[in-house]
Design a binder for this molecule. Structure first.
Ligand SMILES: Cc1cc2nc3c(=O)[nH]c(=O)nc-3n(C[C@H](O)[C@H](O)[C@H](O)COP(=O)(O)O)c2cc1C
Length: 193
């Protein structure tokens, strides 16, 4: 059996990002399986200017896309900003397209300072639909994230279980059989010219 590659993109550029810590936990759970390779794709490491469709390869977009494309399953982790996902996450996704995401297994995770993170996941799920990604039903929303961590250590066992389940799901469903093409999929032209 081939190796399974699970990646996570953390949508916060903040040095002490809880999103990044949660992504690391999910990847650690995925790593408990044999033949799994994990990759934390840290957006701070890539020069990705605000996306301009005339400059699709701007900055380090090519290198970024290669990392995403190499993964069989991708966790999208984002902070909740104004009730939605972060601009860093959207910018990174705008550099990608069907090549990176069509029929790729995706897991969603978000962290919030407050109490209502789930609309963010709904919105991200809609973006993934437009990319023809295969998003697993299980998702992780971490409200009041400061209570879940203590000095960078995850201390909430319920949150840990949900994150670990997401990591497991990425491995279990990494090699899904692609959906047959639907009329909706054929009409979904994305960024193709
Ligand atoms: C610009 C901005 C907008 C935010 N908007 C919300 C919000 O609408 N709801 C909420 O619960 N938390 C909100 N927060 C709090 C973040 O979700 C919280 O600080 C989170 O930990 C950030 O993720 P990070 O630790 O990975 O950077 C906001 C934070 C920022 C900086």
């Amino acid at each position: 059996m081939d190796e399974i590659r699970v990646a996570a993109i953390g949508g916060s550029l903040r040095e002490e990002s809880y999103t990044r810590l949660a992504c690391e936990e999910a990847l650690a759970a995925a790593n408990n399986f044999e033949r799994v390779e994990t990759d934390l794709i840290d957006l701070r490491a890539f020069d990705l200017p605000v996306y301009d469709a005339d400059e699709d390869d701007a900055g380090e977009a090519v290198a970024f896309r290669e990392r995403v494309d190499a993964a069989d399953a991708v966790i999208l982790g984002t902070p909740v900003y104004h009730g939605s996902f972060s601009s860093a996450m959207k910018n990174a996704l705008d550099y990608c397209g069907f090549d990176e995401f069509e029929n790729t297994t995706v897991g969603l995770l978000c962290v919030a300072g407050g109490s209502f993170p789930t609309t963010t996941l709904d919105q991200l799920r809609g973006v993934c639909r437009a990319l023809n990604a295969w998003v697993v039903p299980h998702q992780v929303a971490i409200p009041r994230v400061r209570n879940a961590f203590d000095d960078g250590v995850l201390v909430d066992d319920d949150v840990r279980e949900r994150i670990d389940t997401l990591g497991r799901r990425m491995v279990e469903y990494a090699n899904i059989e692609p959906d047959p093409r639907t009329i909706e999929a054929q009409q979904n032209v994305g960024a193709d010219d």
